[in-house]
Write a protein that binds this ligand. Structure first.
Ligand code: NAD
Ligand code: MN
Length: 348
């Protein structure tokens, strides 16, 4: 690549405060990555309230036709139904076929919370499960009745399974835990579990995953064990909703949602995105933790093959956390978003 075009979608709330930090971290790499161009793109609930669309066609077109990758901030999706509104991040994952949401959760040594040490990655299926959003409501003689469709396909389960095994191979422990609830949902979660389990025996794998050990865990007890003995987990692979919940739970173990990054990855596109939402409770105060967004930029760069740049960003972030002098309030500090960002930039 001669140059790198990055679509920037800050969207709502603290998404707008943390995405500039990710941009600054990428720029701080200077000439160790190709010449970078950022393209600001519209999306989000605020955009919807002004224009009637949360994800303009133009945004999708530019992402598909011009960008090499993208960074997403966070969106403020209301909990009530708003006619005509649908979450742009859920739509983008489907439209761009970003089928894997990869969420590493790692505690830095001497980390301020004193919680147990965690080094795992949640591999969340990103296109189906309950997030197909096929919901209906009818009125019966006993009152309202609501239903949702939960879609699990062999194809999506297989490709997320392959992503999990591939990821495990790149990690020291090479251990995959399949998360499901097939004691109750034997057909849907049963298909997920069986399909992921069968990945090492697929034609063409030729023993590539022989070193990977496989375990499985029901999702409820997985959360329990995650809090009691997080060290047992390495790669956790899960259907969409379980993966969403597990990664927020794992974030609590490392001290803050504001530390946990992700990428949404497909076969031909990658979008970095902090795991947290738009945090309306702290938006507009310049106190959002920018480290999740900065780490997401690093993950995105590594996925594109710029591992050295990614390492430099991650080392700088780890140093700032370890030193513990300049941290946002979620980590017990008193510093502003902008001050934490500056500390990271200095160390890159
Ligand atoms: P949230 O992740 O926005 O916030 C949960 C808690 O964590 C809040 O107390 C918040 O202040 C804190 N927090 C989150 N990120 C932080 C950061 N970077 N620094 C410091 N503290 C941080 O979840 P929520 O409150 O349940 O949802 C708020 C809105 O975000 C909702 O409208 C929801 O739909 C949306 N949301 C969007 C995404 C996304 O864009 N991918 C993900 C989750 C939630
Ligand atoms: Mn979430």
């Amino acid at each position: 690549r001669q140059s790198l075009k990055i679509g920037m979608l800050p969207a709502d709330g603290i998404g707008r405060e943390v995405l500039p930090a990710a941009r600054a971290a990428i720029l701080a790499l200077g000439s160790s990555i190709p010449k970078t161009e950022f393209i600001d793109l519209a999306a989000g609930f605020e955009h919807f309230t002004r224009t009637g669309t949360a994800l303009p066609d133009e945004t999708v077109n530019i992402l598909q036709e011009e960008c090499d990758c993208a960074m997403f901030g966070a969106v403020s999706s209301p909990s009530r139904k708003v006619t005509g509104y649908s979450s742009p991040i859920v739509a983008l994952r489907k439209k761009m076929d970003l089928y894997a949401n990869i969420r590493p959760v790692t505690s830095v040594a001497a980390e301020p919370t004193g919680k147990p040490s965690v080094d795992l990655v949640v591999i969340r299926e990103n296109t189906e499960c309950l997030y197909v959003k096929q919901e209906t409501q009818t009125v019966t003689e006993n009152g309202k009745e609501a239903r949702a469709t939960r879609l699990i396909t062999e194809r999506a389960s297989r490709r997320i399974g392959e992503m999990a095994f591939k990821t495990a191979l790149s990690r020291p422990r090479k251990h995959v835990t399949i998360i499901h609830k097939s004691n109750v949902l034997s057909i849907t979660d049963g298909l997920f579990r069986e399909t992921v389990r069968a990945v090492p025996t697929l034609p063409g794998v030729d023993g590539r995953y022989d070193e990977v050990t496989i375990a499985e865990q029901l999702v409820d007890s997985a959360v329990y064990r995650l809090f009691r003995e997080p060290h047992i987990y390495d790669v956790m692979v899960a259907p969409n909703l379980y993966g969403d919940i597990l990664s927020d739970a794992a974030a609590a173990l490392v001290g803050s949602l504001g530390l946990v990054p992700s990428i949404n990855a497909g076969d031909s596109f990658v979008m970095g995105e902090p795991v947290h939402g738009s945090a309306p409770d702290i938006a507009g105060q310049d106190i959002a933790n920018p480290l999740a967004a900065i780490r997401s930029a690093a993950l995105m760069l590594r996925h594109l093959g710029y591992g050295n740049g990614a390492d430099r960003i991650e080392k700088a972030v780890d140093q700032v956390i370890r030193e513990g002098m300049v941290l946002t309030p979620d980590l017990g500090g008193k510093s502003k978003t902008s001050e934490v960002t500056q500390e990271v930039i200095k160390r890159i």
